[in-house]
Design a protein around this ligand. Structure first.
Ligand SMILES: *Cc1c(COP(=O)(O)O)cnc(C)c1O
Length: 301
């Protein structure tokens, strides 16, 4: 599997209140595996290869961009993929577009109840799964483990090669991407995360833990906003859909329904409220996720 086929591009969005907002177009870097999910997989796939595994086993919810990305890896490389989906099978009938596509890409879907899903890190739960599927390289939910970080850190180098900036903004689900950006920033500049799920305060500790595992340290040059989740994970309230539609009209750039829409709505709100000093340049990362639109009644036109 090769690295992104297209170079990272940066699109200027707007300047308001003396703050410049640019968008790093990571959603365009790979035709089949765009955005942060590819970045998080890159070094994990090398490790799976090194260990001689031909099966990838991972976890996700019904709209998971990570399951979609792992399924695409299976289709592109021929390796076997198993996706463990949160929630009983009956609740997922008929399969939504994300899961239907994953299955079409060859992913074996296994549905487990939510209580067991929450215990996915416990050795007995994993042992039970692997007993049924055979040996596998196991990736956690969202693909966020220590090996996910170096791929995301590379994005920082790519952005730095293209532009100066003061703040790097990114949407957070599990926090793995933000953790990787922190290791790439290595204490320089600021990172600003926008949680896409409600009650996400636990993410701060998760992010510290990931950077600790990957680089032996934690960082202080970042902030996580938990007040722009717009109703919670995979909720698309009408105002957010409208924001994404207007954004598309203004910039000819489509944001995704779960992550980047919330981040940019939040970022513009902070700019409007004077959160940043004049002269600040913010680079927001478009982390991809456009495949999810199928599950939200289609993209805004
Ligand atoms: C998964 C995802 C995120 C969140 O990444 P984490 O590493 O889980 O925080 C952000 N944006 C998009 C488009 C995603 O698919």
């Amino acid at each position: 599997m090769n690295s992104p086929t297209h170079q990272l591009a940066i699109s200027p969005l707007e300047e308001r209140r003396g703050v410049r907002v640019l968008l790093a177009r990571d959603e365009l870097t790979h035709p089949e595996l765009p955005g942060n999910k590819w970045r998080k997989l890159k070094y994990n796939l090398r490790e799976a290869d090194r260990l001689g595994h031909n099966t990838l086993l991972t976890f996700g919810g019904a709209y998971s961009n990570h399951l979609a990305a792992v399924a695409a890896v299976g289709r592109l490389t021929g390796c076997r993929t198993v996706g463990v989906v949160r929630g009983e099978e009956l609740a997922h009938r008929p399969l939504n577009p994300t899961l239907a596509r994953a299955r079409a890409d060859g992913m074996e879907l296994r549905f487990i109840d939510r209580a067991t899903y929450r215990r996915q890190h416990e050795p007995e739960v994993l042992a039970d799964l692997v007993r049924e599927t055979g040996p596998a390289y196991v990736l956690p939910e969202g693909g966020s483990n220590a090996l996910a970080l170096p791929g995301c850190a590379e994005l920082v180098a790519e952005v730095r090669a293209l532009t100066d900036f003061d703040v790097l903004a990114v949407s957070c689900g599990t926090g793995g991407t933000l953790a990787g950006l922190l290791t790439g920033l290595a204490g320089q500049q600021q990172a600003l995360g926008f949680a896409a799920l409600q009650s996400a305060d636990f993410l701060r500790a998760d992010i510290d833990q990931l950077t600790q595992q990957a680089t032996g340290r934690t960082y202080a040059n970042w902030e996580l906003r938990t007040d722009y989740a717009a109703g919670g994970y995979a909720r698309l309230p009408p105002q957010l859909r409208q924001f994404i539609g207007e954004f598309r009209h203004r910039h000819s750039i489509l944001l995704d329904p779960i992550y980047t829409g919330k981040m940019l709505a939040g970022l513009f709100d902070l700019v409007e409220k004077g959160h940043f000093t004049r002269g600040t340049t913010v680079v927001a990362v478009h982390t991809g996720g456009l495949q999810a639109w199928g599950g939200f009644g289609g993209e805004p036109v």
